[in-house]
Design a protein around this ligand. Sequence first.
Ligand SMILES: [Zn+2]
Length: 249
Amino acid sequence: MPYEWTTTELTILKENSSKLPLDDLAKLFPERTRSSVAHKRSRLGIKYLPEILPIPLSKVCVDCGIEKPIDDFHLHCLQPDGHHSDCKDCARARINQHYKDPGVKERKSAYNKEYQDSRPREYFREKANRGNRNRKKKDLRLYKLRFMLRSAKSRAKKKNLPFDISEAEFGGFRQLDYCPVFPHIELKWDNDKIMDNSPTIDRIIDELGYIRGNVRIISWLANRIKSNATAAEILLLAKDVENRIEYIW
Ligand SMILES: [Zn+2]
C-alpha cells in the first residue's frame, strides 16, 4: 500500500471529488481504502455537495444519550453531518480507557518501530526538513521565534535556570524590525546562522532566567556585549569611550 499520493492520483481526485459520491470516487482508486480517499478529499477541502446534510444545531450522543450542541461533537469527514456520533466527553472517556490497556501501548510502539524501520533514515530526515521549510516559508518570524524558544529552553536546562515563557510573551515580535538596544541595527529574521544582527532572546536580569517580564528580543551583538561583561564594566567602558571621543572624531 503506497503511503504518498502521486501527482496523477491527486489530479484525478481533484477533478472528481465534487462530481462523484464517495463510493464511486473510491472505485477510481482500487489501491486505496474508502476512508483514505475520504480523508484526502477532506484535506483538499473539496466536497460533493449532495452528500452534505445541513449541519444541525444539536444532536443526541449515541453513547450517553444526552442532547448536546453540535460543537460538543468532534468533526468527522465520513459522517453526513460532518460530526462524530458520540460527544467529546464520551470520546475522551473511551480513548482514555483504550490507552489504559497495557497491550495497546506495546502494540503502538511495535507499530511505530516497524514504520520507522520500513524506510531509510534519510526519508524521515527529508520529511522533517520539508516540514521545517514549509513552516519557515509560511511564517518566518514565528518559525524563528519558536526556534529561539526551543534553544532558550535547552540553555535554561543546562544552566539550571527557570524557564516559563511562551510565544505569548513576545506580543510585538512581528513589528520588531530594529534592535531595542542598538536602534541602528536592523534585525534580520532570516539569517541561516547567527550573526550580529540576528534576533536573540535576552534575559534582562541574567539570574532570574526565562520568566515572564524578564525577557525581550535584542540583536545578538547587544546580547553578546551584555553577557561578556557586567553592567558596571559596560558603564566603565562607555565612560572610557566618552573620554576619548574627541580623538575618535
Ligand atoms: Zn456522550
